[in-house]
Write a protein of this length. Structure first.
Length: 299
């Protein structure tokens, strides 16, 4: 009777060792991608099995830049689910809400202001990374602190939102007040995608993931080297370069990548303190994303 049990132990041990070696190979690949780069890179990757988790600088604080628009949208949706707001609610965007000099497809299309539904503003904010839309959402929430308090109440501690886009874009140093870690970014993605505690209603859940899947920014980052037909729900962030030092504070992309067999994995890549070009920073993210795809496809 002992031999079958011993055989099972041996097979289990060999399986764990195989997973560990596979995982180690991916870590080595990522290390080779980021070594000799003049940048600080944070990575968190989580598959459906715990053996498929990898973290590099996973607990380090990174400025989110526009990545924070995803949590802002989730906070708005929580208010919608409480009945305080609605997706079809019309919101007036006045000329005073416009932010000259900042990225805003809303502003480009409606230079004198407009009226949009809340659903439209969320789509502009997340899928197109609209800064005007972002600050309109924060105004509806009565400030950035509402976002931080909401996520803190859910147990997300490695996460801070202190300022809006207008403030962040007008003061380089203040962008670091809006931060998270690669591990926490993945935790947020997983918690909301799995929706086990019914964080969102069915309508809000379907809405935000359709928006995330339609993200248009950062085409050379997480999706840059992946097969064109694959689906990824993601959110990007970018600080631009400091005018005097040439250093980039943030080139980010977080998301969920869906595999052909129906499985998925989460991946968050943050780059800060970079003296590299935007093209090099984006290639770092794309290379890590491709290495992760190959890892999960070849398991």
């Amino acid at each position: 009777m002992k031999k079958p049990f011993l055989t099972l132990i041996i097979l289990f041990t060999l399986t764990i060792q195989s997973y560990s070696q596979h995982n180690l190979n991916l870590r080595k690949k990522i290390d080779s991608i980021i070594q000799n780069k003049k940048a600080v890179v944070g990575v968190a990757i989580n598959g459906l099995n715990i053996q498929d988790s990898i973290s590099i600088n996973g607990d380090k604080h990174f400025p989110m830049q526009s990545v924070f628009k995803f949590p802002i949208a989730l906070t708005i949706l929580s208010e919608i689910d409480k009945g305080n707001l609605s997706l079809d609610q019309e919101i007036e965007i006045t000329k005073n809400d416009l932010l000259p000099g900042l990225w805003s497809p809303i502003q480009e299309k409606h230079p004198k202001g407009t009226v949009l539904t809340l659903a439209e503003i969320i789509h502009y904010t997340v899928a197109l990374s609209d800064n005007v839309g972002c600050d309109v959402l924060l105004k509806l929430l009565e400030g950035p602190q509402t976002v931080e308090q909401y996520f803190s109440s859910l147990g997300f501690k490695d996460f801070a939102v202190k300022i809006n886009e207008e403030t962040m874009q007008n003061n380089w140093e203040l962008q670091f007040l809006n931060w998270t870690t690669p591990k926490e970014a993945n935790k947020i993605l997983i918690s909301y995608y799995e929706n086990k505690n019914e964080l969102l209603s069915k309508e809000s859940y379907n809405f935000i993931w359709n928006v995330m899947k339609s993200t248009k920014t950062g085409k050379n980052r997480l999706k840059g080297q992946l097969p064109k037909e694959i689906t990824a729900a993601h959110k990007t962030g970018w600080s631009g370069k400091h005018k005097e030092t040439g250093v980039t504070a943030a080139v980010n992309d977080i998301g969920i990548v869906f595999l052909p067999n129906g499985d998925y994995y989460t991946i968050s890549v943050f780059i800060t303190s970079s003296s590299e070009s935007l093209e090099t920073n984006e290639k770092i993210i794309a290379d890590i994303s491709r290495a992760s795809w190959d890892y999960f496809m070849n398991k």
